[in-house]
Design a protein around this ligand. Sequence first.
Ligand code: MN
Length: 250
Amino acid sequence: MIDFHCHLDLYPKPTEIASRCEREGLYVLSVTTTPSAWPGTRSLERGHIRTALGLHPQLAHQRLGELSQFDEFLPRARYVGEVGLDGAPEFRHSWNEQLRVFDHILSSCSDVGGRVLSIHSRRAARHVLDRLSTRPDAGIPILHWFTGTIAELEHAIDMGCWFSVGPPMLSTKSGRKLVSRMPRDRILTESDGPFAQHSQQPLFPWDVTLAVKGIASLWNTDAASAQACLTTNLRILASQPPAVSSAAQS
Ligand code: MN
Protein backbone atom coordinates (compact mmCIF):
# COMPACT_ATOMS: atom_id res chain seq x y z
CA MET A 1 0.00 0.00 0.00
CA ILE A 2 1.12 3.52 -0.79
CA ASP A 3 0.28 6.79 0.96
CA PHE A 4 2.15 9.34 -1.11
CA HIS A 5 0.87 12.41 0.78
CA CYS A 6 0.14 12.47 4.48
CA HIS A 7 1.07 14.66 7.43
CA LEU A 8 2.46 12.14 9.91
CA ASP A 9 3.73 14.85 12.26
CA LEU A 10 0.26 16.35 12.66
CA TYR A 11 -1.47 13.28 14.12
CA PRO A 12 -1.95 13.39 17.89
CA LYS A 13 0.29 10.31 18.31
CA PRO A 14 2.67 10.35 15.33
CA THR A 15 5.03 7.67 16.63
CA GLU A 16 2.20 5.15 16.98
CA ILE A 17 1.02 5.92 13.45
CA ALA A 18 4.56 5.59 12.06
CA SER A 19 5.07 2.26 13.84
CA ARG A 20 1.85 0.83 12.45
CA CYS A 21 2.87 1.99 8.94
CA GLU A 22 6.15 0.13 9.40
CA ARG A 23 4.39 -3.04 10.67
CA GLU A 24 2.02 -3.00 7.69
CA GLY A 25 4.84 -2.34 5.21
CA LEU A 26 3.25 0.86 3.93
CA TYR A 27 5.17 3.13 1.56
CA VAL A 28 4.58 6.59 3.02
CA LEU A 29 5.57 10.06 1.88
CA SER A 30 5.31 12.16 5.03
CA VAL A 31 5.03 15.75 3.83
CA THR A 32 5.81 18.78 5.99
CA THR A 33 4.23 22.24 6.00
CA THR A 34 7.29 24.24 7.14
CA PRO A 35 11.03 23.77 6.56
CA SER A 36 11.66 23.98 10.31
CA ALA A 37 9.46 20.87 10.79
CA TRP A 38 11.58 18.73 8.46
CA PRO A 39 14.41 17.61 10.77
CA GLY A 40 12.03 16.60 13.58
CA THR A 41 9.58 14.88 11.24
CA ARG A 42 12.43 12.82 9.80
CA SER A 43 12.77 11.18 13.20
CA LEU A 44 9.49 9.39 12.39
CA GLU A 45 11.14 7.60 9.46
CA ARG A 46 11.15 3.82 9.78
CA GLY A 47 10.39 1.04 7.33
CA HIS A 48 9.34 2.61 4.05
CA ILE A 49 8.51 6.07 5.42
CA ARG A 50 10.22 9.02 3.70
CA THR A 51 9.95 12.69 4.65
CA ALA A 52 9.40 15.51 2.18
CA LEU A 53 10.68 19.05 2.75
CA GLY A 54 7.85 21.55 2.32
CA LEU A 55 6.41 24.99 2.79
CA HIS A 56 2.62 24.92 2.52
CA PRO A 57 1.07 27.75 0.44
CA GLN A 58 -1.39 28.50 3.23
CA LEU A 59 1.58 29.34 5.48
CA ALA A 60 3.66 31.14 2.85
CA HIS A 61 3.02 34.62 4.25
CA GLN A 62 4.04 33.56 7.79
CA ARG A 63 7.04 31.43 6.85
CA LEU A 64 8.75 33.38 4.06
CA GLY A 65 11.70 33.71 6.44
CA GLU A 66 12.19 29.92 6.39
CA LEU A 67 13.17 29.82 2.71
CA SER A 68 16.83 29.99 3.73
CA GLN A 69 16.28 26.84 5.84
CA PHE A 70 14.55 25.25 2.86
CA ASP A 71 17.64 25.86 0.74
CA GLU A 72 19.91 24.61 3.51
CA PHE A 73 18.05 21.27 3.84
CA LEU A 74 17.25 20.74 0.15
CA PRO A 75 20.51 19.02 -0.87
CA ARG A 76 19.66 16.23 1.64
CA ALA A 77 15.95 15.98 0.74
CA ARG A 78 14.97 13.64 -2.06
CA TYR A 79 11.31 14.63 -1.86
CA VAL A 80 9.75 18.10 -1.68
CA GLY A 81 6.23 18.85 -0.38
CA GLU A 82 3.84 20.11 0.53
CA VAL A 83 4.35 23.08 -1.76
CA GLY A 84 2.19 24.87 -4.33
CA LEU A 85 -0.47 27.58 -4.54
CA ASP A 86 -3.91 28.01 -2.94
CA GLY A 87 -6.38 30.25 -4.77
CA ALA A 88 -9.23 30.01 -2.26
CA PRO A 89 -10.70 33.40 -1.21
CA GLU A 90 -9.42 33.10 2.37
CA PHE A 91 -5.81 32.93 1.09
CA ARG A 92 -6.06 35.58 -1.58
CA HIS A 93 -4.44 38.09 0.78
CA SER A 94 -1.20 36.07 0.63
CA TRP A 95 -1.18 35.41 -3.12
CA ASN A 96 1.97 37.45 -3.81
CA GLU A 97 3.87 35.72 -1.01
CA GLN A 98 2.62 32.34 -2.24
CA LEU A 99 3.98 33.05 -5.71
CA ARG A 100 7.28 34.23 -4.29
CA VAL A 101 7.66 31.09 -2.15
CA PHE A 102 6.61 28.66 -4.90
CA ASP A 103 8.87 30.27 -7.51
CA HIS A 104 11.78 30.24 -5.08
CA ILE A 105 11.22 26.55 -4.32
CA LEU A 106 10.98 25.56 -7.99
CA SER A 107 14.14 27.51 -8.76
CA SER A 108 16.02 25.91 -5.85
CA CYS A 109 14.85 22.43 -6.92
CA SER A 110 16.07 23.03 -10.43
CA ASP A 111 19.43 24.25 -9.05
CA VAL A 112 19.95 20.94 -7.23
CA GLY A 113 19.06 18.82 -10.26
CA GLY A 114 15.34 18.31 -9.70
CA ARG A 115 13.19 16.68 -7.04
CA VAL A 116 9.95 14.72 -6.75
CA LEU A 117 7.40 17.36 -5.69
CA SER A 118 4.05 16.82 -3.94
CA ILE A 119 2.01 19.82 -5.02
CA HIS A 120 -1.11 21.56 -3.67
CA SER A 121 -3.15 23.33 -6.37
CA ARG A 122 -6.56 24.03 -4.82
CA ARG A 123 -8.38 26.61 -6.96
CA ALA A 124 -5.03 27.44 -8.55
CA ALA A 125 -4.40 24.62 -11.04
CA ARG A 126 -3.84 26.96 -13.96
CA HIS A 127 -1.35 29.08 -12.01
CA VAL A 128 0.50 26.03 -10.67
CA LEU A 129 0.89 24.63 -14.20
CA ASP A 130 1.96 28.04 -15.40
CA ARG A 131 4.72 28.29 -12.78
CA LEU A 132 5.80 24.68 -13.42
CA SER A 133 6.11 25.37 -17.14
CA THR A 134 8.69 28.09 -16.39
CA ARG A 135 10.80 25.51 -14.49
CA PRO A 136 10.60 22.21 -16.37
CA ASP A 137 13.82 21.08 -14.68
CA ALA A 138 12.42 21.50 -11.14
CA GLY A 139 11.68 17.76 -11.11
CA ILE A 140 8.67 15.46 -11.29
CA PRO A 141 5.45 17.18 -10.21
CA ILE A 142 2.87 15.03 -8.40
CA LEU A 143 -0.40 16.95 -8.21
CA HIS A 144 -2.02 15.90 -4.95
CA TRP A 145 -5.86 15.94 -4.62
CA PHE A 146 -6.20 17.62 -8.01
CA THR A 147 -9.52 19.48 -8.36
CA GLY A 148 -9.00 21.46 -11.57
CA THR A 149 -11.04 21.28 -14.76
CA ILE A 150 -10.75 18.54 -17.37
CA ALA A 151 -8.88 20.98 -19.65
CA GLU A 152 -6.41 21.74 -16.84
CA LEU A 153 -6.03 18.02 -16.18
CA GLU A 154 -5.20 17.41 -19.83
CA HIS A 155 -2.67 20.23 -19.77
CA ALA A 156 -1.10 18.72 -16.63
CA ILE A 157 -0.91 15.29 -18.30
CA ASP A 158 0.77 16.84 -21.36
CA MET A 159 3.31 18.47 -19.05
CA GLY A 160 4.23 15.11 -17.55
CA CYS A 161 2.54 15.54 -14.17
CA TRP A 162 1.68 12.59 -11.93
CA PHE A 163 -1.29 12.47 -9.55
CA SER A 164 -1.90 11.27 -6.02
CA VAL A 165 -5.49 10.36 -5.34
CA GLY A 166 -7.28 9.82 -2.02
CA PRO A 167 -10.65 8.58 -0.76
CA PRO A 168 -12.34 12.04 -0.80
CA MET A 169 -11.63 12.45 -4.55
CA LEU A 170 -13.15 9.08 -5.27
CA SER A 171 -16.29 9.87 -3.30
CA THR A 172 -17.44 12.67 -5.62
CA LYS A 173 -18.65 12.40 -9.20
CA SER A 174 -16.33 15.20 -10.41
CA GLY A 175 -13.38 13.59 -8.64
CA ARG A 176 -14.06 10.18 -10.20
CA LYS A 177 -14.34 11.80 -13.62
CA LEU A 178 -10.88 13.34 -13.22
CA VAL A 179 -9.34 10.12 -11.89
CA SER A 180 -10.79 8.08 -14.74
CA ARG A 181 -8.95 10.34 -17.21
CA MET A 182 -5.57 10.19 -15.47
CA PRO A 183 -2.95 7.97 -17.11
CA ARG A 184 -2.90 4.66 -15.23
CA ASP A 185 0.88 4.69 -15.17
CA ARG A 186 1.04 8.07 -13.39
CA ILE A 187 -1.28 7.54 -10.40
CA LEU A 188 -0.43 6.94 -6.76
CA THR A 189 -2.71 6.79 -3.70
CA GLU A 190 -2.71 9.19 -0.75
CA SER A 191 -4.61 9.79 2.48
CA ASP A 192 -3.78 13.49 3.14
CA GLY A 193 -4.48 12.59 6.77
CA PRO A 194 -5.13 13.93 9.28
CA PHE A 195 -6.59 16.85 7.27
CA ALA A 196 -8.67 14.75 4.89
CA GLN A 197 -11.61 12.93 6.40
CA HIS A 198 -13.90 10.04 5.59
CA SER A 199 -17.24 9.65 7.40
CA GLN A 200 -16.24 12.63 9.60
CA GLN A 201 -13.12 10.82 10.84
CA PRO A 202 -9.55 11.81 9.96
CA LEU A 203 -8.01 9.43 7.44
CA PHE A 204 -5.02 7.28 8.37
CA PRO A 205 -2.31 6.13 5.95
CA TRP A 206 -3.72 2.57 5.84
CA ASP A 207 -7.09 4.00 4.70
CA VAL A 208 -5.59 4.26 1.21
CA THR A 209 -7.25 0.86 0.72
CA LEU A 210 -10.45 2.89 0.15
CA ALA A 211 -8.73 4.73 -2.70
CA VAL A 212 -7.41 1.50 -4.19
CA LYS A 213 -10.96 0.10 -4.21
CA GLY A 214 -12.29 3.27 -5.85
CA ILE A 215 -9.58 3.23 -8.51
CA ALA A 216 -10.13 -0.48 -9.18
CA SER A 217 -13.81 0.15 -9.75
CA LEU A 218 -13.05 2.96 -12.25
CA TRP A 219 -10.61 0.65 -14.04
CA ASN A 220 -13.09 -2.25 -14.06
CA THR A 221 -10.62 -4.44 -12.29
CA ASP A 222 -10.09 -5.89 -8.81
CA ALA A 223 -8.23 -4.20 -5.96
CA ALA A 224 -5.23 -6.56 -6.20
CA SER A 225 -4.66 -5.74 -9.88
CA ALA A 226 -5.06 -2.02 -9.26
CA GLN A 227 -2.63 -2.23 -6.33
CA ALA A 228 -0.10 -4.08 -8.51
CA CYS A 229 -0.25 -1.26 -11.05
CA LEU A 230 0.16 1.42 -8.35
CA THR A 231 3.14 -0.43 -6.88
CA THR A 232 4.79 -0.58 -10.30
CA ASN A 233 4.18 3.16 -10.68
CA LEU A 234 5.93 3.88 -7.39
CA ARG A 235 8.86 1.69 -8.36
CA ILE A 236 9.23 3.57 -11.65
CA LEU A 237 8.95 6.94 -9.93
CA ALA A 238 11.49 6.00 -7.28
CA SER A 239 13.96 4.96 -9.97
CA GLN A 240 13.60 8.30 -11.79
CA PRO A 241 14.43 11.15 -9.42
CA PRO A 242 17.94 12.50 -9.59
CA ALA A 243 19.91 10.82 -6.86
CA VAL A 244 20.75 12.79 -3.77
CA SER A 245 24.50 12.70 -3.56
CA SER A 246 25.69 10.25 -0.92
CA ALA A 247 28.02 12.91 0.43
CA ALA A 248 25.01 15.11 1.13
CA GLN A 249 22.95 12.37 2.77
CA SER A 250 23.00 12.27 6.53
MN1 MN B 1 -1.80 17.95 2.58
